[in-house]
Design a protein around this ligand. Sequence first.
Ligand code: SOE
Length: 386
Amino acid sequence: MAETLRVAMIGYRFMGKAHSNAWRQAPHFFPLKAGVEMHTICGRDADAVEAARAQLGWQNACTDWRDVINSPDIDIVDITTPNDSHAEIAIAAAQAGKHVLCEKPLAMNVKQGERMVDAAKKAQIVNMICHNYRRIPAIAQAKKMIEEGALGRIYHYRARYAQDWPSDPKFPLVWRLQKGVSGSGAHGDINAHIIDLGRYLVGELYEVSGLLDTFVKERPIMDAGGKGQGLAAKSAQRTGRVTVDDASLFIGRFKNGALANLEATRFALGRKNHIELEINGSQGSLYFDFEDMNRLQFFDNTNPADRQGFRNILVTKGGIHPYFGSWWPEGHIIGYEHTFIHTVADFVNACVSGKSVQPTFEDGLMNQRVLEAVEKSARTRKWVKV
Ligand code: SOE
């Protein structure tokens, strides 16, 4: 093993947990070109971050990310904090010569995203945005099939990302519901994912027409020590105005002529983390449902007319299907956490080779440009070019 890459992760809640699992597991299941040392986990609450350190397997804990950014003992900075700190941390890490993995969305807006891309380019560091769903084997398989022409010319990309965690009006005003911390609501949080998948699978968007809405406009404010800032927080007494969207929809046209139809909502009761994609082309169609994430449905119009239909491809064949060779025998399925392990494995190997690994900060910035074009369209009720 040539070298060991020492990691500092900033943040320790939901994404911190998912990324910690990935840093721990990737070296055990993937042929990495370097070792990984889970050196330091960083968070503002000393007790909470120390508990996270012990639980998640980090060597050290610290309460100020600035202490680790310039440390000569750190090679990689992994940003899993809320959106409003991504730019400051990533730019400082890049300027310190660290490779950076940053959770999505890249930033609060395009301007911040441009500064992050510039800093990464100037520092010539390996930079990646954690759009983990690209590394679902079924999604990577879909990409391969589309590139091989299995669908022919693409006519439609239809995607929906639906959750329901804040649909109770008594759910408190957590950071994902505050524009000053999250930048936007369902739009930047989950529409960002299906925008990224559309750009990955179909191509760049040319113009969009959007609609954003907020269903619950006032929510209880958490008491200061409110635990569970994430998707399962408890309510409190005072109330505050919700400053982000609960749902965001848009239609659009890709540069290659395909049509886009995307919907992201946090008010689809019963949908907990439901991503659904359908891509229709001149030779066939693909359908994917994240609640059945090991399966890809494929309609092949070249089949003889008497036996056509959507067939289920179980994407679990090692050596044939992406990433699966590192896991189990065929049919033994994998889950949400594996998509982060795949992301980290590819990132580590890119850090060793010094090669770019998609999705980069540029991808994150392109996603940000689409997000902002949709928001502008919703404001002006006009079509907007990306
Ligand atoms: C909340 O919507 C969230 O945690 C997103 O922020 C993540 O990106 C997604 O993977 C799961 O849901």
